[in-house]
Design a protein around this ligand. Structure first.
Ligand code: HAM
Length: 424
């Protein structure tokens, strides 16, 4: 029997989980501040939900199986498709715009490496029902706020519009299949293979040249970079429109983060129709947040035409980045008070513990029947701040002994004074 966890899946010990929870707490603060209602969907979905639009990159790496009734199911590899499924069904008639949030685990058969796991955690912000650039700007703003709240510095948003890439290909009659293949290769920066693929599909040299030019354009000076892209796609009406949207979105940002416009950037998911972005830290070549606009997904699932935009911060990667940038990952938590009965003081100790908890003190009650000496060495090993010793003599007088483990001093005091004495 193998007793290790499954490859690419991790056990979270208390200190690991505390770091994850810290990021999750910041995400939930933003759910509140931006009014995203948190939802939960099943971890298992029908295979077809993702097969339709999530893209080869993900669908080939799904954990899939057939259940006892012969249904083809998967462990969800991402969150946008399940939320769009809800929009196409249960939430079909709810007033729009609607903002939904989630923090779930996901599963992909990725090659395990730094920041890449087979079970991982993502938060999500999904905004349905608005085509307007204000919605895209809100998603960028929420991502920027999260990075700020977590204390990161020097991060960069890599931004593009898939509309530009797709429109150029469409104008040259490149089939949707080849478009998807091309964008998948661009996502991996395999530009030479893009050219080969387009040539093999007998796409015009004009198209290939335009694509090659786009791959070379990027810069943090947003207006200059956008002008360069504009000149390149001058003859492509719809591509220009995608670009103008991008310009408006960036222009709407209040207190914008550092933005790198990169015309040779794509994302592996096939449902994107406009803005796409990822957030990076210098020296850490893994995306911390990914997102974009997906105007057709709800309709693809049989719902009403519902424009949408969203993003998914990768919780595990944000934790990793916090460790790398030495951003504080430990939150001040209330001190632990270890309540130890001496002799027959079990009931009294339980009563005192209950009172302390009512006062919001974090209490661990001694339950192993060990002697005081052993209890004190246990408290030392666990680095607990306080021990409350409930002895028979003191109890008769309504008193207890409070031992400050750091200062190594103990005082006798009335039970009622305990909460105020214990620094929270
Ligand atoms: P994604 O880029 O595939 O987008 O994933 C979002 C984030 O999840 C990534 O930026 C990364 O931080 C994290 N992530 C992805 N794969 C792994 C992995 N194997 N191990 C650890 N972390 C990982 C989506 O999934 C879209 N649903 C995002 C979205 C929401 N677009 C619109 N709304």
């Amino acid at each position: 029997m193998k007793l290790t966890s499954v490859r690419g899946m991790r056990d979270f010990l208390p200190e690991d989980l505390a770091k994850r929870r810290l990021v999750e707490a910041r995400v939930r603060e933003l759910f509140e501040l931006y009014n995203y209602a948190e939802i939960e969907t099943p971890v298992l979905e029908h295979f077809d939900l993702f097969a339709k639009k999530s893209g080869e990159e993900i669908t080939q790496r799904m954990y899939s199986f057939t259940d006892l009734s012969g249904r083809k199911l998967v462990l969800r590899p991402e969150g946008t498709a399940p939320v769009a499924r809800l929009m196409a069904t249960t939430l079909r008639t709810s007033p729009k715009p609607i903002r939904l949030g989630y923090i779930w685990s996901f599963f992909r058969y990725d090659e395990p490496q730094k920041g890449r796991y087979r079970q991982f955690y993502q938060a999500g912000f999904e905004l349905f029902g608005s085509k307007r650039p204000e919605a895209d700007a809100e998603i960028i703003s929420v991502s920027n706020q999260l990075m700020k709240l977590l204390g990161f510095r020097g991060y960069e948003f890599r931004v593009n519009s898939v509309a530009v890439l797709r429109e150029v290909l469409k104008e040259h009659n490149v089939s949707e299949g080849v478009q998807n293949q091309t964008l998948g290769l661009i996502d991996k920066r395999r530009y030479e293979e893009v050219v080969k693929t387009l040539r093999a599909s007998k796409v015009s040299q004009d198209c290939i040249e335009t694509m090659k030019q786009l791959f070379g354009i990027k810069g943090t000076d947003v207006p200059t970079t956008i002008s360069k892209i504009k000149r390149t796609v001058e003859d492509y009406g719809d591509a220009r429109e995608g670009l103008e949207d991008l310009e408006t979105i960036v222009g709407l940002l209040d207190n914008p983060p550092r933005i790198l416009i990169d015309a040779g950037f794509a994302r592996g998911l096939e449902y994107y129709t406009g803005l796409i972005f990822e957030v990076y830290l210098p020296g850490l070549p893994i995306a911390l947040i990914g997102g974009g606009r997906y105007d057709n997904l709800v309709e693809t699932f049989g719902g009403e035409p519902t424009p949408a935009v969203g993003c998914a911060p990768g919780i595990d990667r944000l934790v990793l980045a916090m460790e790398e940038q030495e951003v504080a990952t430990d939150e001040q938590r209330p001190a632990v008070v270890y309540v130890v009965p001496v002799g027959e003081m079990r009931t009294k100790a339980m009563e005192i513990s209950a009172k302390l908890r009512q006062e919001k003190v974090r209490v661990e009650l001694e339950v192993s029947g060990r002697g005081l000496k052993q209890c004190l060495s246990y408290a030392r090993a666990r680095e607990y701040e306080y021990v409350v010793i409930v002895g028979p003599e003191e109890a008769k007088k309504g008193m207890v002994i409070l031992r400050d483990m750091k200062a190594n001093v103990q005082t006798e005091l009335p039970v009622e004074r305990l909460p105020s004495q214990i620094k929270r």
